[in-house]
Each structure stands twice: as C-alpha cells, then as structure tokens.
Write a protein that binds this ligand. Sequence first.
Ligand code: SAH
Ligand code: F3S
Length: 481
Amino acid sequence: MEKIIDENKQGESLYIEAKDGNTKKLFIESYGCQMNFSDSEIVASILTKNGFNTTQNLEDADLVLVNTCSIRDKAEQTVRKRLEKYNAIKKINPKMKVGVLGCMAERLKNKFLEEEKIVDLVVGPDAYKDLPNLIAEVEEGRNAVNVILSKEETYGDISPVRLDSNGVTAFVSITRGCDNMCTFCVVPFTRGRERSRDPQSIIEEVNDLWQKGYKEVTLLGQNVDSYLWYGGGLKKDFNKATEMQKATAVNFANLLEMCALAQPKMRFRFSTSNPQDMTLDVIETMAKYINICKYIHLPVQSGSNRILKAMNRQHTREEYFELIDNIKRIIPDCAISQDMITGFPTETEDDHQDTLSLMEYVKYDFGFMFAYSERPGTLAERKLEDDIPTDVKKRRLNDIIQLQQKHGLLRTQQHVGEIEEVLIEKESKKSNAHWAGRNTYNTVVVFPKEQYNIGDFVNVKITDCTSATLIGEAVGYSDNN
Ligand code: SAH
Ligand code: F3S
C-alpha cells in the first residue's frame, strides 16, 4: 500500500466505543500495510457483533489479536518481539488468549503454534468471518487455525467499524489478493488470488462514510488498476464470464468515476497502482473529476531492464517512462511516488545507476525504499541466490534515499507561493497551535489553526517547505465545504 508503516514502530492499537451488552475485551493492533489496518476494522466489526468491546489497554484484554506483515524479514521479527511482550502480560493475566492474523498467519500456518507457544489462534486474511467459531474453540481450551484462502471473499457485506479514526479520512478496500507474482514478493502467497469487490457495496460504503462526516476515501488494493467486477469470482477467470457479464463489467476507471459522481464533495485517492496495469482511461478519469486527487503511487522497484525482468515486473524502463510521460501530459501537475528495492539478486553497480537515472527522469514527490529481503517460498528465493552483501544493499539504499530527499525538496519548493486546498486531518505533531492536512498531491501541509476545524477544506498559501512538508497560512475556506 501507499505507505508502509515503519517496521520498528510499535503497531497501532485500535479502539472504538463500547457497545452495551458486550462483556469481553478485545485488544487489536496492526502492523504493515494499509490493507491490514483496513482488515482490522473488518475484524473489529465481526467481533463487536459477537460479544467483544475493544480496549486500548493490553493488560485488560481477554483476547489480543495482532494483524501481521510478512513483506520483509524485519516486519516478521517486529511481530515476534511483540509476542514476547504478550507473554509477559499473560503471566499476570493467564486467561488472556492470543491470536495472530494476516500475512504471517497465512505464511506460517500451524508452524506458528509450535514456534510461538503464546499463540492460541492463527487466522489468515480470508478467514475472518470464521473468527467467532475459532474463538469459541479457543475458549474451550483448544488451539484453532483457519488459513484457507478464498476465491470469493471480499468482505463486501461487512461494514467496517472505524478504529482509531480521525473521522475525516478512511480506507475502503476494493480488491483482495494479487496475481502478479513479482518474484521477490510474498503477497500472492499470503493473500491469494486477485478478486474484486462488488461496486455497489463500495458505493454504499462511500455513501455511508459521507453520511458520517468523512471527507476523503482511499480505495485500497494490491493492484487497484486491475480492478474488474463481472459478478464475482477471480480476475483470472474473467475469460470464462458470459457475454452479458463481459459487456456489463466494471473496470477501475469506471469505479473511480462512479465514486467521484456518487459523492462530488468527497475526495478520492487510491493505492497501489502497478505500472503494467495502469491505463490511459484511469488517468483521463482522474483529470475529469476535481475530487479525484492528483497523486499516483506508482512503484517501479528498479530502473534496470534486466532486474525488472528478473523481478517479473511486466514492463520495461522505457514503457514506464512512456506511462510517466502520459500522466504528465494529461495531468501536468500530478504528483508521483515510488517504491524501490536495492540489492535484488545479481544487481550490479550499472543496474543501480539505472535506478538512479530513472529517478532523475521522474523526480518523484515521495518514495518508499527498501533493501531486498529474501522471502521464503517466493520464486527469487527458490531460483536466485541472495548474493548482494548487506553493506552493498545498504549503501545503494542510502544513495537512493539521498536522491529522493533531493527530489522531494525540489518538488515541495514548487508549491511555495501557491494557494492550495487542504483537508484538515489532525493537529500537527510538532505544535498544538497548528493543523496538519494534505493537499490534492498528498503532501502534508501545516498551518496555524485560527478559526478552522478538523474536517474543513481550507485554502492555504504555502510560504515555506522542508523535503516532505509544506508550511503555510490559511486564507479562507475553500468552495468545497
Ligand atoms: N502491490 C503492493 C505491494 C506491496 S509490497 C502494494 O499495494 O503496494 C510494498 C512494497 O514493499 C513493494 O512495492 C516493494 O517495494 C517492497 N517489497 C516487497 N517485497 C519485498 C522484499 N522481499 N524485499 C524488500 N522489499 C520488498
Ligand atoms: Fe507483490 Fe508485485 Fe503484487 S509487489 S503485491 S506481487 S504487484
């Protein structure tokens, strides 16, 4: 997803108001991508209907659920450390049960119960509806595991409870799974095959969020541009659909348009776009509706054609440039961000230079950069030796981070002097006299609070910047209020 939460950070614990009649206490926290945070809201919704209220206090919990990430080894180590903490608490509160959700649950399955004695419950990303049954098993003293991946499950019929929410921005998932099989990536194994959610249920969720006062929705999927609804089922089975189903299918550009029209004052973002699946009609739809934000997260991973091929990314460097050119032609001020991996097996200094020169061409607004981490079961792990020494991976990572910071600053400087619409999300972390929000380009903007409130759309004159943040002063409400 767009922003990988720092793996060293403690996961965010999630909390909603108590529902009368529920007696058991659930502590739920999430690591990893935005999809995990969104999934935890689905889980909380299921469990509040089954006797649980959420608590922010780990010591009080009857059930602790941790939604886990497998994307890099470090992400898994962070979760294992967290389990040690639960262990210490279980000594004080022996009745507390511990469940592992998400990608690590799917990857390790029963092995989790052997490796981590603290764990009572292991539930994969497609099995959350089975949680009440599994918890009943655990309460009777048995361990419970469900890691079955599904062809159909999209949780489209579950209305997520918004956890730890600012009441202004929300995530709505539109696809699950991924069919791309990038050779470094564990996601296709942990989240299964790609399937899309019924657009009707997406629009209903969007409308409901608007009713509740939300002002911005991010549509989530591993590969949103590949969204395709033809009545249900896997994306790969679309060729088996009837002529009628094919004729009435809804693609991502259609879905974006449906959202933009359903709530014309709501802002829409989406994440993540895969270059090989992003089509011109998506960019044109973005250009057509003012409420679709001018920002695309477009991971490329490497600038070298040889490495792109070894990664099974289905495009070349030249095709990526063509896409960037098209975006800039249709939406000249569109912000673009990247994900990059340094030190993929066999990466040479020349390949690394290709990555740097690709970055020079695009001059990304933001970036999320990682050193390659070999993941068990992936094609890269089975076929390629993890042959780039850690210090080389780190040095190359440092090179691209430095370059990204330079480009980030170059991009933020372009905003200075402009008046931009900002949606206020929260108080600035650094000052309680300032608000923080984002402009359409997804850049954080900080400015003095004055008479404005969280959830207001405000025009802000940008006066200064760092490489990641804009600083300004409000000049009035925007027309969007
Ligand atoms: N399509 C997904 C990608 C999820 S993974 C999305 O919605 O964003 C997010 C990023 O993690 C990837 O783009 C990649 O840059 C990085 N990543 C994935 N597997 C990795 C690995 N084995 N080692 C290092 N980084 C990895
Ligand atoms: Fe992973 Fe590639 Fe899909 S990075 S999530 S396999 S697009």
